[in-house]
Design a binder for this molecule. Structure first.
Ligand SMILES: Cc1ncc(COP(=O)(O)O)c(C=O)c1O
Length: 414
């Protein structure tokens, strides 16, 4: 058989894989497995009948462009709809400042291709979304982690890390962060910090990549529109590249997201996108556009907020009952994730090994840290499993923890 190793490029050899995708594959192996791993939306909440009707209408054949190639930048009416949606989030832009992307993941990848010089440092949070870690690493970036506290990224540490990297001779042009219900930590960045981040970016001459898939999924009104106001909404100097998506609020299978940036940058991203996929799928864009235009998204949003809040409550209650204080966490105010700290003496990988034996899967905390730490954390996703499965998963987690503790105690004996 042909040995392919020697054919691989340096990039091909060192491709960075997402830990979450790997865990997703484990979960898919058995229906018996309870998965707290992948951050999937609940498929029972997809608006199946409305989408069926829209799809049938679009496939009538009356409009041949529905299945035709189209502009790389995206279906123009959809861009117009997104401009309106952005205005409701406080972001006032025109169509040339927007491009459709194949999921917001492609937006992150485009940023890596267009704005990262190999060897440059990209600043990310500790912890950070693994899909961004992979994209920036595959673009040849060094990644430097910045601490968080309860209110999100720590601005003093941010400045210190930026200056340290520059003193060491590395270019620092980008900060990537998820201000609303961060994946994985579930944190909501404080409003004052959002404003100060813009001042900081100006002072240090850095661009901010603001990734916002979860902003609409807040659980309490006090975590609602005011407190999720995007950083981009107050960005008068063009410091922020804003990414968002229909994946969490409509359905991820469509692969429709978007990017907002200065028109001159959007042109660059568009050119890079041309050689990747020519365009995001026409049919997907049309369905999403029709769904937004007919109010499906507006009707769905409050339903999803209630649904995921119920799941969050169920997970918090089940963990409290089953694990009685052995896990600690900040209650997530929105999004899909509960980010838990393990008791002393138990590390994430040992616990995952025991959990898999109990037919439970989650993502280890260390997968989200670019500095090799995070072994005292786990990410538990509550979005997809039913309340009953969440309770069952909490029971299995408790059993896994008992076995991990017993083993730690044995190993720890002189
Ligand atoms: C923070 C963050 N950014 C981007 C994405 C990718 O989303 P999309 O489906 O739009 O590519 C995800 C998906 O989980 C995410 O959590």
């Amino acid at each position: 058989m042909t040995e392919y190793g020697k054919f691989l490029s340096p990039t091909g050899r060192h491709l960075h894989e997402s830990a979450i995708r790997r865990m997703g594959t484990v979960a898919a192996r058995s229906a018996e497995m309870v998965s707290f791993a992948a951050g999937y939306p609940d498929p029972t909440a997809f608006p199946w009948s409305e989408l069926r009707e829209l799809a049938a209408g679009l496939l009538s054949g009356a409009d041949p462009t529905v299945l035709q190639y189209g502009p790389t930048r995206g279906h123009e009416p959809l861009i117009g709809t997104i401009v309106e949606l952005l205005a409701s989030r406080g972001i006032i832009v025109t169509a040339p400042e927007v491009t459709i992307t194949t999921g917001s993941q492609q937006g992150i990848d485009l940023v890596g291709r267009v704005l990262v010089t190999p060897g440059d440092t990209v600043l990310v949070e500790l912890p950070a979304y693994t899909g961004a870690i992979s994209a920036f690493k595959n673009a040849g970036a060094r990644l430097a982690g910045v601490r968080q506290d309860e209110d999100g990224i720590d601005l003093e540490d941010l400045d210190a890390v930026c200056l340290r990297e520059r003193r060491a001779g590395h270019g620092v042009n980008l900060l990537y962060l998820v201000p609303n219900f961060q994946n994985p930590a579930g944190l909501l960045l404080g409003l004052d910090r959002r404003r100060r981040l813009l001042e900081w970016a100006e002072r240090r001459d850095v661009l901010i990549v603001e990734d916002d898939p979860y902003g609409a999924l807040y659980f309490d009104d006090d975590a609602g529109t005011e407190r999720t106001r995007p950083i981009r909404a107050d960005d008068a100097r063009g410091r922020v590249i804003y990414l968002s998506t229909f994946s969490k609020t409509l359905a991820p299978g469509f692969r429709v997201g978007w990017m907002v940036a200065a028109a001159s940058l959007i042109e660059r991203f568009e050119t890079a996108k041309q050689s990747i996929d020519l365009m995001t799928g026409s049919f997907d864009q049309r369905i999403v556009h029709e769904a937004v235009r007919r109010g499906v998204l507006d009707r769905l949003a409050p339903v999803l907020r209630r649904l995921y809040r119920t799941r969050r409550d169920a997970m918090e209650q089940a963990l409290a009952e089953e694990l009685g204080g052995r896990l600690r966490w900040h209650p997530p105010k929105g999004g899909f994730f509960l980010w838990a700290t393990l008791p002393d003496g138990i590390d994430d990988e040992t616990l995952l090994a025991r959990a898999l034996e109990e037919r439970l899967v989650f993502v280890v905390g260390s997968a989200f840290y670019v500095d090799g730490t995070g072994h005292d954390r786990v990410r538990l996703s509550f979005s997809a499993p039913s309340v009953d499965r969440i309770r069952e998963g909490a029971r299995r987690l408790a059993a896994a923890m008992d076995r991990a503790s017993a083993r730690t105690a044995r190993v720890g004996m002189p």
